[in-house]
Design a protein around this ligand. Structure first.
Ligand SMILES: [Mn+2]
Length: 445
């Protein structure tokens, strides 16, 4: 089926009436299935049309009808191109910013597709003069993780040097099987779902872990990370070596802060950075949290990553001549459980103020989480940061409300019994989780 016809009555809650692709003389809107461009090169109009189509589908089609407008072969092409593009980037991407250009920094969005569309409208879309760095957690919890992820990937492909997508702890097999994304893909794509889920996992592995923006701003989903001990001689490699490197065996007082050089050398291509062995650094970068208390310690409530104090922030910034750190990872629910930190009701908090600069937590999912057991919502705003000349280290904060009304949908995870802030993880037990999902081949078929 190439086109769907819907009546004006059904389409009346369309966000922007005039924005639809075409309108017949009888007032019926026509929405065509997305086609992959013949030469494989995306255009601005293609990306915009993809956004309109996904928005339309989220409002007027059942989840399982999404492939009628978004055919699987198109997704295959898009995910393959994105896989190549992401894997090419280094662990920590260097993002120079021209004085004529602004940098927009975005925190967790968690499948809240309509809020992402809204954000891109308020902040203005990526362009030659406006680059974006997204700080991970595109999927899970919200009901449109797939739409969100695909849409942002299409911007990445259109403007690879103006759009950067860092990895969040939810871009993993572990989180997506517990917090909704896997089930979401299963509900939307039927017998092609496993195939698409695997392709997404392959892309998840490819995202860079961190970025340095304009030479003075460090950005990563969780934050700072430890130094990994030097490799022992080759003959000691193997299981015992990995146990040796396991963070769990390391006492808090022996933990040392890692450097950007350590980060650049880390092995990042892994489905579930477990915080063990070779994946200590990716595990830390994706899962760590700041603490008001000085020092570096294991993040026991999450079971992975570190807690790092203002002294660590100072040390890291001073060493790398940084003036600002922007991390994400904590929404209003996570902050409710950490009363020693500020609440996340306006979408950002300034957590460390040290001699060298500041550490900020940025969260861009307003009215989060989408599904909640009680009527009592956090009513949090989302925020994004704009950096611009002359001082790229001075963050300009923009708060925004949730897009209303959100289409009514069912959740894809057991939100009543799901723990709120990804606590008590048992990542160490997932034996097969260190393998690569791959993406070039379709292994499950
Ligand atoms: Mn997170």
């Amino acid at each position: 089926m190439d086109a769907r016809r819907v009546t004006r009555a059904v389409a009346q809650q369309e966000r922007e009436e005039g924005e639809r692709e075409g309108e017949g003389e009888d007032g019926e809107a026509v929405m065509s299935a997305v086609k992959w461009p013949e030469n494989g090169a995306l255009t601005l109009e293609w990306v915009r049309q993809l956004g309109r189509t996904l928005d339309y589908a989220s409002r007027h089609l059942l989840p399982a009808e999404l492939p009628t407008l978004l055919p699987v072969p198109v997704l295959d092409s898009l995910l393959l191109a994105a896989h190549k593009c992401l894997h090419r980037e280094p662990n920590c991407v260097e993002i120079p910013v021209d004085p004529s250009c602004k940098a927009v920094l975005v925190g967790d969005v968690h499948g809240q597709f309509h809020d992402v569309l809204n954000l891109l409208e308020i902040a203005g879309p990526p362009s030659a003069n406006r680059l974006f760095v997204f700080n991970g957690d595109y999927v899970d919890r919200g009901a449109w993780g797939f739409e969100t992820y695909i849409y942002l990937l299409s911007w990445k492909l259109l403007l690879p040097h103006r759009v950067f997508m860092l990895r969040g702890n939810h871009e993993t097999k572990f989180c997506t099987s517990a917090y909704g994304f896997e089930q979401e893909v299963m509900s939307k794509f039927g017998d092609r779902a496993k195939h698409l889920y695997r392709k997404c996992l392959g892309c998840f592995e490819g995202h860079p872990l961190a970025a340095r923006v304009a030479g003075c701003v460090y950005m990563a989903h969780g934050g700072l990370f430890r130094q990994v001990e030097k490799e022992p001689p080759k003959k000691q490699k193997g299981k015992s070596y990995r146990r040796l490197l396991s963070g769990r065996n390391q006492a808090d007082n022996t933990l040392k802060l890692g450097t950007l050089d350590d980060l650049q050398k880390a092995r990042r291509i892994v489905l579930d950075p477990s915080g063990f062995g070779q994946n200590v650094i990716p595990g830390d970068v994706l899962w760590s949290d700041p603490s008001p208390k000085n020092g570096l310690s294991h993040n026991d409530s999450r079971g992975i990553g570190l807690l790092f104090g203002p002294d660590c922030t100072q040390e890291f910034m001073e060493k790398h001549k940084l003036k600002l750190i922007v991390r994400s990872h904590e929404g209003p629910d996570a902050r409710e459980k950490r009363p020693e930190m500020q609440a996340m009701n306006k979408g950002y908090t300034v957590d460390h103020v040290v001699k060298a600069g500041k550490l900020i937590t940025l969260f861009s999912a307003p009215d989060y989480p989408q599904f909640q057991a009680s009527e009592d919502r956090y009513n949090n705003k989302g925020a994004y940061i704009v950096l611009e000349a002359p001082d790229f280290s001075e963050p300009h904060f923009f708060e925004f409300e949730a897009a209303h009304p959100r289409p009514k949908v069912s959740p894809y995870y057991d939100f009543v019994n799901s723990i709120d802030s990804d606590e008590e993880l048992d990542l160490g037990s997932g034996s097969g989780s260190e393998g690569s999902a791959g993406s070039g081949s379709d292994r499950e078929s």
